[in-house]
Write a protein that binds this ligand. Structure first.
Ligand SMILES: C[S@@+](CC[C@H](N)C(=O)[O-])C[C@H]1O[C@@H](n2cnc3c(N)ncnc32)[C@H](O)[C@@H]1O
Length: 212
């Protein structure tokens, strides 16, 4: 996702109280909320998905992770507008900016209930395969922070990334719970992401749910 650098937006991001900058800060939040489950979306973009998801379960903590601060700044802007228009405060929703590969340096072992990967960058060139968020290197880091039998829910419109992810997850030894070749034709609950709204008219949406 390309974004023009906007200094004011970055200032706003830094001032946003639910933008969490350090491991210590997020650990304090999780500890204060003792028995609450923690759900992550990695590569949240502008955050439509996790914003909607967080409202369905006020007794859990939702954390949107986005490697790009300018993109996260747009998500903060969008969330503020949403909260003001709807007169709500989604105080179980937090945002963080870090690279997914560093996940185990932020969260403790077994701390996360589920990870959502929505429309991850496909990195189509073979030489960039290691950057795909379903590469085995990433799957190994997610394993550290997910609870026993923790799950990944992955969606994409990219056939190549879908096939690659099936193989990668299979090779890693994950258990396939559900696989959809055309999610929008299936009668299942679904929250659409920004990319999904934009690209679903052009072809099927694939979805994989796996368990560790
Ligand atoms: C194609 S966008 C999809 C955004 C959103 N999930 C959606 O479905 O509309 C992928 C997002 O993942 C972020 N991303 C890519 N690699 C990442 C990484 N290693 N860690 C965290 N976020 C990453 C990108 O910056 C981008 O915003």
């Amino acid at each position: 996702m390309r974004t023009r650098y906007n200094a004011k937006a970055i200032d706003e991001l830094n001032e946003f109280e639910r933008y969490i900058k350090t491991k210590e800060e997020i650990q304090e939040i999780i500890n204060e909320n003792d028995n609450k489950k923690v759900y992550l979306e990695i590569g949240m973009g502008k955050g439509d998905f996790i914003t909607e998801l967080s409202q369905l379960d006020k007794d859990s903590i939702f954390i949107g992770v986005e490697v790009s601060p300018p993109v996260l700044a747009l998500a903060v802007k969008k969330l503020k507008r949403y909260e003001s228009e709807n007169k709500v405060k989604l105080d179980n929703l937090y945002f963080m900016s870090f690279d997914a590969i560093d996940i185990a340096s932020i969260f403790e072992n077994g701390q996360i209930e589920k990870i959502y990967l929505n429309f991850s960058d496909p990195w189509p060139k073979k030489k960039h395969a290691k950057r795909r968020l379903t590469n085995e290197k990433f799957l190994a880091e997610y394993k550290k922070v997910l609870k026993e039998n923790g799950r990944i829910e992955f969606k994409t419109d990219n056939r190549g990334l879908f096939e690659y992810s099936l193989v990668s997850m299979q090779n890693f030894g994950l258990k396939f719970i559900e696989v959809y070749l055309d999610l929008h034709k299936a009668d299942v609950f679904n929250i659409e992401t920004e990319y999904e709204k934009k690209f679903s008219p052009f072809g099927p949406i694939y979805k994989i749910i796996v368990e560790y």
